[in-house]
Design a protein around this ligand. Sequence first.
Ligand code: SAM
Length: 158
Amino acid sequence: MGTGSGIQAITAALKPEVERVVAVDINPEALKEAEERAVPAGVSEKIEFRLGDLFQAVGEERFDYILFNPPYLPSHPKEPRDEATRAWDGGPTGGEVIRRFLREAKEHLKPGGRILLVLSTRTGITLEEIAEDYEVEVLEGESLFFEKLLCLSLRRRQ
Ligand SMILES: C[S@@+](CC[C@H](N)C(=O)[O-])C[C@H]1O[C@@H](n2cnc3c(N)ncnc32)[C@H](O)[C@@H]1O
């Protein structure tokens, strides 16, 4: 999800055990870039590129893994939101895209499937909040100047 330059989609597709990847972005320029990068990596056949707002272009499909390094900074009060700013703009408080993603993603996981999500403490979204719907495992954490970044593994609660 939010494939951007395609880094995660291509890395996943390079793994022999991965059969197929669906790479989604709301920005057509990003998708074009990702599609072009998949060619020299030799994984074009394995990746489907889809333009859409979160799961809009995914239908009712379910996945073993959903990866998202989301935009999470608050919208600039004076700058309009456009395709370019969506790379970092997570909505008025910064957490809106992530909260919507977490609500929708539940319906797109296969049984036992996992979400791998990058979460910044700047979003104000707590692990307790996420734990209402998901079993949360912190895979990695890194403290930066004004935030801590976590890589979370999430499984839908039964
Ligand atoms: C922080 S960048 C991550 C890019 C890339 N996955 C990476 O890790 O380098 C967030 C990406 O999410 C995309 N994005 C933002 N809002 C989105 C939405 N509602 N639906 C789909 N993609 C979205 C942006 O266009 C951008 O490519």
